[in-house]
Design a protein around this ligand. Structure first.
Ligand code: NAD
Ligand code: TDX
Length: 331
């Protein structure tokens, strides 16, 4: 099988490429990535001689058409992915997440190529802290931010192209990922690298918001199962029953890094900040037999801390610019 991986120089996409090269060695992999501030070719260094890398935009029809024509499947990770950035400037989110996904859909329609669209649980909005409910594939869409509304839009486009044009696509909506190669703008890498730099972690608002954490390798193993064995036209939710509030995440990190558990600061909240996400992954578990391998969040966090400690050369170039952006937001 020849797959095109969009966004393969980003956090989850790069880990997916590593996963495929490691676990499914017969697969031919072409990465299409625009190398925005969030993409880093060095994340693919360990597999560089086993893949083809194309620098390009998913909204560029000619490039996309050429690559899609030669592939059996597209695994679509490319996106603008950070909520805080989408509040500061929504336009790149509309352009990449909506127009870019549209461009890919038209190409897979022309060439009959299989598509797996990678999306997020944030399309469902948020849950109350004490609500026993979790998101399921039939939960109504109710996105809160420019980021999540553009991801919801892209999901809707995929659904419509399946129904109206018979495109062979699947969708997955996953919860918050953690692991190696995640940009330092995101919550866990930001706090780990702050502590390494002697800066106190920064919790938005009260720190009571809950995220449903999953290790990136568990997400990517699920994506592979859906790509190869999922039912066309279906939506699969991916989650590992990893609900933890942000304050507990920071306190665990502080403890793992030898600091006092109250050595953090509360900073001003993100506007529209979703309270809680929680995933019911029953379909994925029952239909495809998937189960997470990282069952201890604490152990997964400890390994992630070790990775950031050992790979300062990878994250250091992004750190100052990222913190300068946060400083302008007061966060
Ligand atoms: P990321 O920001 O780390 O990486 C995005 C990648 O896409 C970068 O390499 C970037 O250069 C590339 N890209 C951006 N715009 C592009 C364009 N126009 N054309 C080509 N490439 C472009 O994001 P991530 O955290 O790895 O997320 C990957 C996907 O997974 C996204 O679709 C996101 O919505 C989804 N997702 C992320 C999470 C999470 O916790 N990070 C959870 C669920 C779903
Ligand atoms: O410094 C911080 N302090 C803080 O308290 C940062 C950067 C974040 N937070 C909070 C906000 C969230 O409640 O931590 C939580 C996680 O924040 P992010 O890492 O920005 O992730 P989130 O907004 O939950 O979205 C992530 O998961 C779903 C990804 O960035 C999305 O791409 C994915 O779709």
């Amino acid at each position: 099988m020849h797959i095109v991986v969009t966004g393969g120089a980003g956090f989850i996409g790069a880990n997916f490429v590593h996963h495929v090269v490691r676990e499914h060695p017969g697969t031919e992999v072409t990465v299409l990535d625009a190398l925005t501030y969030a993409g880093d070719r060095r994340s693919l260094d360990p597999v560089a001689d086993q893949i083809t890398f194309v620098t390009g935009d998913i909204a560029d029809t000619a490039t996309v058409d050429r690559l899609v024509a030669a592939a059996d499947a597209v695994v679509h990770f490319a996106a603008e992915s950070h909520n805080d950035n989408s509040l500061a400037d929504p336009w790149p989110f509309v352009q990449t997440n909506v127009v870019g996904t549209y461009t890919l859909l038209e190409a897979v329609r022309r060439h009959g190529t299989r598509l797996h669209h990678v999306s997020t649980d944030e399309v469902y909005g948020d849950l109350e802290l004490d609500d026993p409910a979790k998101f399921t594939p039939t939960t109504p869409y109710n996105p809160s931010s420019p980021y999540s509304s553009t991801k919801a839009s892209s999901d809707m486009l995929v659904r419509a192209w399946v129904r109206s044009f018979g495109v062979a696509a699947t969708i997955s909506n996953c919860s918050n990922n953690y692991g190696p190669y995640q940009h330092v703008e995101k919550f866990i890498p930001r706090q780990v690298t702050n502590v390494i730099d002697g800066v106190r972690p920064k919790l938005y608002g009260t720190g009571h918001n809950v995220r449903d954490w999953i290790h990136v390798d568990d997400h990517n193993a699920a994506v592979w199962e859906i790509l190869t064995r999922g039912q066309i036209g279906e939506t699969y939710l991916i989650g590992a029953d990893g609900e933890v509030d942000n304050k507990t995440v920071v306190q665990t990190l502080l403890e793992l890094m030898g600091q006092s558990p109250d050595a953090y600061d509360l900073v001003c909240d993100r506007p529209g900040h979703d309270l809680r996400y929680a995933i019911d992954a029953t379909r994925l578990r029952d239909e495809l037999g998937w189960a997470p391998r990282f069952t201890s969040f604490r152990d997964g966090l400890a390994a992630t801390v070790d990775w950031y400690r050992a790979n300062e050369a990878w994250w250091r170039p992004q750190k100052d610019a990222t913190e300068a952006r946060y400083a302008t937001l007061g966060r």
